[in-house]
Design a protein around this ligand. Structure first.
Ligand code: ZN
Length: 69
């Protein structure tokens, strides 16, 4: 039961396409009703627990699709 070492550079994966999101790539974080754009470089705390992470392009595509309902 030693202290678990946190993976500080855990790879972020896009919820939409499953691809890795690069450290310097813009990404969208969705946590409940809150959606914001950031990047791993700007926010070392990412990935956030209980949040979804998307490539900016993937999130834009999702939004476009949901508008077409
Ligand atoms: Zn993606």
């Amino acid at each position: 039961m030693g202290g678990r070492i946190e993976a500080r550079f855990e790879l972020l994966r896009c919820e939409h396409c499953g691809d890795v999101i690069g450290v310097y790539e813009p990404l969208v974080v969705r946590a409940g009703d809150e959606v914001r754009e950031t990047s791993c470089a700007a926010e070392p705390a990412l990935p956030l627990a209980h949040a979804e992470h998307y490539h900016r392009e993937c999130y834009a595509a999702l939004k476009r699709r949901s508008v077409e309902v």
